[in-house]
Write a protein that binds this ligand. Sequence first.
Ligand code: NAP
Length: 570
Amino acid sequence: MQASSTVYASRIQRFRLPRICVAVVGDDAANILERAETLVRDNPFMEFRLDYLAQPVSALPKLKHFLDLHPEATVIATCRRVVNGGKFKGSASAQLDILIKAAATGFQLVDIELQSARVLKPGELTELKDRVGVILSFHDFKATKKLEETFAEMKRYPADFYKVVSTATTLYDNVQMMKFLQAHSTQHEMVGLCMGEQGIISRVLGVRAGSVFTFAAATRGEETGPGQVTASDLRDTYRIESVDAATQVYGVAGDPVAHSLSPIMMNAAFRRETVNAVYLALHAKTLKDLLACIPDIPLRGLSITMPYKQDVVERLSNSDPLTRQIGACNTVVRSQDGKLYGFNTDVAGVILPLEQRMDLQGARILLVGAGGVARAAAFGLKNKAAEVFIVNRTAEKGQALARQVKARYVKRADLAKMSFDVIINATPLGMGSNRQSPLEEKELNTKFLFDLVYVPAETKLTKMARGKNIQIIPGLEMFVQQGARQFEIWSGKPAPVAEMSYVITKALERLEPQPTEEEEPPAPKALPKTVEKPVTKPAAKPPAMPAGKKTAKPASRKTLKKAAKKPVKR
Ligand code: NAP
């Protein structure tokens, strides 16, 4: 006896479906079943990708066993054809045949593409819908365009859910997708999202725009679409289950931004302090694209990173004195009236970890680098009456900064003869897979080394410094402090610094292990030994630290890790 569509409709009402559907893939039925058994407890809503199987029909009896065993699970059968971005090489009729058999097996929903619907005989889709819940889908792997035209055609076919998936090539494409969902979700059961790295906004916020659910990967490496996020990231980092109309949206905007750890840290802070907010990585290829999204999403605040810290300043209605002084902004607040206000918390990120260890007045501090962060550090340190020295690969740039902040420019050749209270590495050397050091061992004459590079946690420079018993201030302290100040500006609450340090320490531990000694390249030739005339004559013999200027208890990375391991209510 055939079940009527109303029976199926009642089984798949939107309020019964979880917000996350996890895509399950495997080479054979055993593989899919093994993955499904592992996932089903936390993910009762799954999509089995039958097109990944060499013999989808012969796998169905085994999959039936799983469906019988797990009546609590809602499972979609998808057998996407190659021409529509899947792996099934058969015709639309062969696809239909598999989906009809999947319905008989016990799948509650099947996914069929608009392109297949177009070529099926009249009535065939209706027949399928009489047996099972149907998701009529459309995928655009290149762009987000013609959403309305596509949907106008889709509506002509019977379906329980209309799924429109496009590709975001700009951040604003997400806005287009969400407006589209809002326009149709009161009348139809809609599922919509944008693929690609830039589609993260729609993957997280699509559900509040009207998408009944969204798709997620089971784990990293098991993605079935570009930019797909794992179910645990959607649930734990972005808290998608609790995203609602009141959820405030924040993000880190830059180009590139994919590897930013800010979303992990800031979402943890919002969760810890029960702030109804979500924080996303926004890959803005232009500032114009980013600014266009702000009112429409709407975004309440932004962390600004490379390359927009300077350019964003002229778009602000007002800013704090530090931003004006430095000419760079890393924090934006959008007020209720839509105006943008700028702050610079990079300065606090550098100053606070130092002030926790010493009195900065009169402290001799060498900045290696003269880029954006060095500039923020130089202004911040001068404001604290520190004695600032600068060395840079491009002497002219270092000299210009030194002139501006009234610091001393130092020749690289003189470094080995000089000593400091703190050396700050404000170059990218040592970052990521770069295993170079901006300084040689003989040039490391300092009490503290503050390496602003924080990925990886241990660099060639910090390793060398440790060998000389120099106290290390890890770069992640800057990262946490600048983020903590942003959190406070946005939320008005004290930042949960311990929690933020904890999640970042854990995230860093999950990253690549350090290279072994043998893997390391020869000594770096990063900074030139012969540098142009210094702006001011550097002191040949540095004075000792002023009496009474004790350093506060230093927090090495080890100490910080220990602190981070202290019980944190989670
Ligand atoms: P930036 O504006 O691009 O400046 C980079 C500086 O490093 C410039 O002075 C540049 O010298 C120098 N440099 C680049 N490559 C070099 C090389 N191969 N050898 C010697 N010097 C080199 O970058 P930024 O925004 O200031 O950021 C600098 C670093 O700070 C980042 O790479 C990151 O690791 C770190 N950072 C850390 C945090 C944190 O929270 N811990 C936050 C932001 C940045 P030239 O003038 O000669 O080009």
